[in-house]
Structure formats: structure tokens, C-alpha cells
Ligand binder design. Sequence first.
Ligand SMILES: Cc1cc2nc3c(=O)[nH]c(=O)nc-3n(C[C@H](O)[C@H](O)[C@H](O)COP(=O)(O)O)c2cc1C
Ligand SMILES: [Mn+2]
Length: 476
Amino acid sequence: MDLQVFIDQLDRLGEVKRVDGADWDLEIGALTELSDERKGPALLFDRIKGYPPGYRLVSNLTGTPRRLAAAFGYPPDIPNIDLVRQIKDRFKDLKPIDPVYVEKGPVTENVYGDGEVDLTKFPAPKWHELDGGRYLGTGDMVISRDPDGGWVNAGTYRAQLHDRETLGGFISPGHHGRIIREMYWARGKSCPMALVFGAHPMVLWPSFLALPWGTGEYGMCGGLLGEPLQLIKGEYTGLPIPAHAEIAVEGECPPPEVESREEGPFGEWPGYYASGERKEPVIKVKRVMHRNNPIVVGFPPMKPPASGHASYIVRASNIWYEMERLGIPGIKGVWNMRSGGSKFLIVVAIEQKYAGHARQAAMAAMSGNEGAFHGRFVIVVDEDIDPTNDEDVLWAVATRCDPATSIEVVTQCWSTPLDPTLPPDKRARGDFTNSRAIISAVRPFHWRKEFPRVNRASNELREATMKKWRHLFPES
Ligand SMILES: Cc1cc2nc3c(=O)[nH]c(=O)nc-3n(C[C@H](O)[C@H](O)[C@H](O)COP(=O)(O)O)c2cc1C
Ligand SMILES: [Mn+2]
């Protein structure tokens, strides 16, 4: 559960590069993007311009399937389809383990109370050229407690650095942290919040994923780690905070009519600055804790296919798991095409068992908490198509989908201000919905046996030919 231990592990695999002297002002952001595009290593920035040595930032931490596999404990060269399936099975078999409280941990090595708070000492890059500010929170955890149910939510929501004691929070409609803060505001109270900047990827993943309302992410952290997550009780809020966090802050989010500030624009994951600049609530920070030589985790959104965290894979696993929970049979694989970021191009491969099965699978893929939020296209393919192979999937779309009869549109679905296609008037009305298309690229069930045969050489013919003519294919 210790990020610094994980970084040492990546180091032994040759998966980390140390970068000294980079500028927080656009340089760290551009280096992160250039490196991710080249499938490069995680970048560990130190001696960041204007910051003392030791106040570090890591980006692209799990940017490649290789490093993601390392985080989950799989061999580095595991094929993508196996990686997505294994993670899905981990979620399915996961027994939540309740966290335990400890007196202190690495995060309590340095503690600052009210009047001593200075958030500007932690590296907060200006990530993209048109960003309206600096963001300390990109791969963070925002912790809050349901005032009715008592359960604790942890979600990843960006945090802009406004000043020494103030952060700006943007949480999309429907996300748990937003529902919870509104419950406090409705009672005329500020919402107590804790934020973590920097944690082990297995501690972070549950916060990235859409779990059901009422399910505490910390239990899933324990289940993924195989041992209870160690927490300390925050003195200011009473909220539980991972003891191995790099940096944790406590404070409160007042009702927006009491205080809000301009937030954004910010370069977002679909590849645009779509939500622009608008007034958003703030978090007044009252207490700061950090380990010696802390490392901020930076997961700046980047224009797809760049991502830095490879959450397209883990979200595919979660969507697959959601479909299995609904009892959909015959699922052969679920994937997110990287061009669609982590959600816009969901691919489901099924072995059709009955008429209507393909449509049911598509609707299931877009109906769970993970699959429903911020989607656009669900493509259903047959079992002979590898869903992780974009060219194969697009060939299926090109040849098995009859546009007039195989595309179904669903309107008024759960979207967000981040959606670049939201028309200005709809955005102004606060109507953050969009439509979905199901693209059925499967052979129609009732005449699938008569569907023209694929003209690719059979596996037997390929093998026999390859054996005889191997000298023609020295590379394979
Ligand atoms: C790196 C990263 C950054 C994210 N930033 C935001 C954000 O700024 N606002 C937001 O509402 N969701 C953001 N998300 C998505 C949410 O974390 C995700 O939907 C999660 O399910 C939210 O937790 P919740 O279901 O407990 O609300 C981000 C996800 C990742 C992986
Ligand atoms: Mn949640």
C-alpha cells in the first residue's frame, strides 16, 4: 500500500525515468504527453523549478499495460485480453476487507494545523496550455462521508490550487462526492472533506472506478491488496485517511452561495477544454499531513489515445463485471478502444446464444454505474473478433453492420459538462445528457448460419503452409 515501494518495484523493471529540473509551468505536462505517446516509462520529477528537492511528482505511473500489470501483480507481457479478464475476475471474486485504524503512518511524519497550511509547497503543474490554473489534484482521492448512511466514499475528482489554503473542486453530476456534499449543503452545513495526493495504485483504483452508491471504496482497496487498508483518523474531520498516503489534507467544502470561485478551463480526458471556466465550490483546507519527500501522483487528462493510467483497461474490466452481475451469458471480452478514451468506444464480444442477446449485451454494457456514465458508442461483435484489436473490430463494423437496421440510438443518457458535443444552449440549461449509439456488428442471429463465410485461410491451412514455407517468414 506504499507508493514509494511500488515505484522501487517499477525501477527494478526499468520502468521509471528520473527527471531533474523540469518546470511546473507546461514542461511537466508536455513531457508527460510526449513520453506517454511513445509508450515511455513512468516519469519521476524532482528538483522541480521553484520547489525544494524531494518534493516530487510522478506521472504516467500505470500508463502502459505492462506497468498496469505490475500494479495488479501479473506478468508484464500478459496479453491485453487476458489482463482485462483477470482484472474482471479479481473484481468478481473480491471480498471487501474492512480497513483498520492505526495511530500513525508515513503520512503523519509532518503535520500542519490551522494557520500553518501552505498548499503551494507541493508541486502543482499547469498541465495544458489553455488551463486556467494549476492542478495539484489529478490522480487524487476525495474522501467524504454520507451524512445519513455513515459510509465513506472516495472518488477521484480534480483539484485546482487556488491559494495556500484553498482548492477548487469539480465533481460531475451524479458522482458520489457531489451527491454527498449536496446533502450537507441542504442542511446548511459545509461538507467535511479529506483529499489525498499520492497513493499506491491499488489504493487509488477503487476511487477511479464507479462502484455502487453505498459501497465504500476502502473495502475494495483491502480486497485488492489482500490485507486491510491502514487508516488514520483525521483530527479535523474525523474522516479516515490512508496511513501510507504521500500527502493528505483535511478541510471543508462550504455551500456554493457561501463561497465559490472560477474553476478551469482544464484539458479534459475526451481531449478538449469542454467544461470551460465556471464558478465551482472550493475546499477550505485546515490541516495538512505529508511524508518526508512526498510524491504527488499526476494523472493529467490527455487527448486520447494518451492516458497515463491505462484506466481504459480497468474500466473495461469493471463493465465486463457489471454485465456478468446482470447474468448476461456468453461474454467473450469487453474493451475500450483507446481512441475513445476510457468510455466513448466500448466493445463487447459475445457468442450469441439467442435472438436479442446482442442487444441485451449492449444495453447491459451501457447500464451499470461504470458503463452508463459519459458514454457514446457500444459496439457488439461476434466471438471470432478480438475486441482488443481495433482493426478487427472496425472490419466487423464495416462488414456486419447494416447502418439502417443495426444502429440503435438511446437519448437523454447520463453525461457531464466534459462532453464536447453538448450544445451551448443545452449546457446553459444544465442539461448534461447525451445520446448513445449501439452499433450491432454481429451476424444477425436468425440467419447467422447463412451469413457469408469469412475468406481468411483456416488455422490448419495457415499452420501447414507456414511449416513448409517458414524461410519466407523469418520474423515469425
Ligand atoms: C485520473 C482521473 C481523473 C478524474 N477526474 C474527475 C473529475 O475531475 N471530476 C469527476 O467528477 N470525475 C473524475 N474522474 C472520474 C471519477 O473518478 C470516477 O467516475 C469515479 O467513479 C468517481 O467516484 P464515485 O463513483 O465514488 O463518485 C476522474 C477519473 C480519473 C481516473
Ligand atoms: Mn463511490
